[in-house]
Design a protein. Structure first.
Length: 169
């Protein structure tokens, strides 16, 4: 009995976003950010169904850069949880899972940056949109110096944000 547990699948509502600072002499007025349609799905969701069957679609936005800073919060997002009944631990994860985004910078629209977390560590990859080829970081126009997933408390809610620092190469 001590080793037994019971969990039921469920969902929760969370707020996520992206923010950051850009250090560069290159003119840059915006970035295009896409949150993939599979974000927040878990368990058997993607094995048995397509994201569209849950009403999900890619969420693409243009985020303006002002004074080298940008920030965007997506509409509240439903994400998969497991609710632990025995022992009574409640929902896990307790906050939205770490997102991954595709980002394109207005000054270099042919480069697409895929960024997110793998096993708790921030990673990013760069691809050429026209040739679909992987680009080495030292051949890309932008270097993502750092990335962290942090909770930015708002007055009426928590917002989990991928915060990045970008430098022109």
């Amino acid at each position: 009995m001590l080793l037994a547990s019971c969990a039921v699948p469920g969902s929760s509502l969370g707020r996520i976003g992206i923010s950051g600072a850009i250090v560069s002499g290159k003119p840059l007025d915006s970035i295009q950010v896409t949150l993939p349609k599979s974000y927040g799905l878990g368990g058997l969701d993607l094995v048995m169904n397509k994201p569209e069957e849950f009403g999900n679609s890619d969420r693409t936005v243009i985020v303006r850069i002002v004074g080298g800073q940008f920030s965007y919060e997506f509409q509240p997002i439903v994400y998969h949880i497991a609710f632990w009944l025995l022992p009574p631990l409640g929902p896990f994860p307790r906050h939205p899972p770490t997102p991954f985004f595709t980002v394109a910078f207005s000054a270099t629209p042919d480069e697409v940056y895929l960024m997110g977390f793998e096993r708790g560590a921030f990673r990013y990859e760069v691809y050429s949109h026209s040739s679909h080829a992987h680009l080495a970081h030292d051949h890309a126009s932008w270097i993502i110096e750092s990335g962290e997933y942090v909770n930015e408390h708002e007055a009426d809610h928590d917002r989990w944000v991928l915060r990045i620092r970008v430098r022109g190469a």
